[in-house]
Design a protein around this ligand. Structure first.
Ligand code: MSP
Length: 525
């Protein structure tokens, strides 16, 4: 069977109880990098992000500010919506769970599951963590507190509606076992399977209106609103126009959900069982990443340790910020954030390795050939080695990206950057330029250098869209880099003899490494 050519990627929809921080920025940048890569690879793509606006958590945060939940949700949702263009996020849609269309979709799915007999009325008593917005089991608590939120859960006993999730436990175990990439990386698949070793229980999917009115009313009982997770997960269907839109037919079930490890249970367990009950095919991949920590600890508002993506992208430039996030974290594992590490990568990988390579190459084309690319002569051994390496990097880049190995894809690209720098050092164009008999050799060396830079500009463009484009323009390439595809990258010889380079400002001015220490406090608040 041929691979489907559509790619649908989602981020979690973020709670509107606090402004966006580094963690939200990371997942959304990953979504954007993937979307841009899959576009290059020739797929039809759809990228969804948004905000999750119902539930106790938002009501509490709004009350602290003496605002109505809706006014508060509008304010914070706007902050998210204004951050994404600043980070060059190319989402196709921004969904809010307070959108009318979403309310209708949630109600239609609730009704379908209810009509099927998988929703029943009952009573439940348990420990509810408002931070997690779910009932937690005794096993999950550490010293009586939720380990993620450091708070004792509230005891709640209420009459409510329940989704017969336990009915689908066996199906889910079999589905996860039969589809090794359903939840990835493997550590999270194993985590989901191990929590499924315990009896699953049913899911309380309502809240009495008299206690919480900020939610989507149940279509079959006006005294209740929908539990926030049952409402929120369905955004992934609303986002592509479920049930009748052609987008839905094109993109579901090719969904790639991106989340961090904090919300594995709702996505890995509630969501597939909800889909199964509603008679909808499960998504293809749940992709789970680790946490960004600060100085080895959790980002925490109470300790003033929240990294602000607005400020960082402003200070260091959006591309350097995006590059750092993608290069520094191994998808699936935790990573440490520090501003000095960001400056380190900016100076070494971006300014020294890549920026210098471009500027020294273009300076030589200007000096020796008045800025015009010359026809290369027959390649020698070193030239072939460089070309073969460049083409090999494109192949491994493609497979690394599809396996979410972003840091590996970038490491491979930087090995090529290193190879081109070494090639220049060894071929020494400045010496060739002194000998009129070596004009053809000089033309060949500079041509191969520019051809590698063309390939590198396409490889980095999903990560650093502005930089890729700047390189493309400075190289004097025709057309837009956005129209390039992986096939073009692999076609050696796209730089044309006669094309005129356009030298520009350095891609990445170096930063003073001591500056970042002083600024640290202003970036965390
Ligand atoms: N509203 C729910 C999600 C519903 S999706 C149907 C929610 N919102 S959240 O605002 O708390 O966002 C959680 C997500 O933000 C994580 O899964 C992750 O994508 C991102 N991150 C939040 N903190 C993070 C880190 N410290 N590090 C990395 N990502 C983190 O849960």
């Amino acid at each position: 069977m041929s691979e489907p050519r559509t790619f649908y990627v989602t981020t979690p929809i973020y709670y509107v109880n606090a402004p966006p921080h580094l963690g939200h920025a990371y997942t959304t940048v990953v979504g954007d990098v993937l979307t841009r890569f899959y576009r290059l690879a020739g797929y039809d793509t759809f990228f969804l992000t948004g905000t999750d606006e119902h539930g106790d958590k938002v009501v509490q945060a709004a009350a602290e500010r003496q605002m109505s939940p809706k006014a508060y949700a509008d304010e914070i949702s706007n902050l998210f919506q204004s951050l994404w263009p600043r980070l060059n996020i190319s989402n196709n849609r921004f969904i809010r769970t307070t959108d009318e269309e979403h309310k209708r979709v949630v109600q239609s799915i609730l009704q379908a599951v209810y009509d099927k007999g998988d929703i029943y009325f009952g009573e439940y008593a348990g420990h509810y963590c408002v931070g997690c917005e779910r009932f937690v089991t005794e096993n999950e608590l550490v010293d009586g507190k939720c380990p993620d939120h450091q708070k004792e859960p509230e005891f709640r006993k209420e009459k409510n509606y329940f989704f017969a999730m336990s009915k689908y436990q066996q199906w889910l175990v079999e589905h996860i076992r039969a589809n090794p990439d359903f939840i990835r990386p493997e550590r999270y698949r194993n985590k989901a399977l191990s929590s499924l070793e315990e009896p699953l229980g049913d899911l309380c999917i309502s809240r009495p209106k008299k206690r919480l009115s900020w939610g989507i009313p149940l279509p079959f009982d006006a005294d209740y609103v929908t539990y926030v997770w049952f409402d929120a997960l369905i955004n992934y269907l609303t986002g592509v126009g479920y049930p009748s839109d052609s987008m839905y037919r094109a993109f579901w079930p090719e969904a790639n959900h991106l989340i961090a490890k904090d919300i594995l249970i709702p996505h890995g367990i509630y969501w597939p069982t909800m889909l199964q009950a509603a008679g909808i095919k499960p998504f293809v991949h749940l992709n789970v990443h680790g946490y960004w920590n600060i100085e080895g600890g959790k980002m925490s508002k109470s300790q003033g340790m929240i990294v602000d993506p607005f400020e960082l992208s402003e200070t260091y430039g959006v591309d350097a910020f995006r590059y750092f996030l993608m290069r520094e974290m191994v998808f699936g594992l935790d990573a440490n954030f520090s501003e000095s590490a960001l400056v380190g990568r900016l100076n070494s990988d971006l300014a020294n390795d890549l920026g210098n390579l471009l500027s020294r190459s273009l300076a030589m084309v200007t000096k020796y050939f008045k800025g015009t690319v010359r026809q290369p002569a027959d390649p020698g051994k070193e030239d072939e080695k460089l070309r073969d390496h460049a083409l090999k990097v494109v192949d491994s880049f493609e497979s690394d990206m599809k396996a979410l190995g972003f840091h590996k894809a970038l490491m491979g690209t930087w090995e090529l950057v290193g190879h081109v720098n070494k090639y220049i050092d060894e071929m020494a164009p400045w010496s060739l330029a002194k000998d009129p008999d070596q004009k053809d050799r000089l033309a060949t060396v500079l041509y191969n250098t520019l051809e590698c830079l063309r390939i590198i500009s396409c490889l980095i463009v999903p990560f650093m869209p502005q930089t890729g484009e700047k390189m493309w323009t400075q190289l004097g390439m025709d057309g837009s880099i956005c129209d390039q595809c992986v096939k073009d990258m692999k076609a050696w010889g796209r730089v044309r003899a006669g094309q005129i380079i356009q030298r520009g400002a350095p891609l990445f001015p170096r930063r003073d490494p001591t500056e970042s220490d002083g600024q640290k406090d202003s970036q965390t608040r």
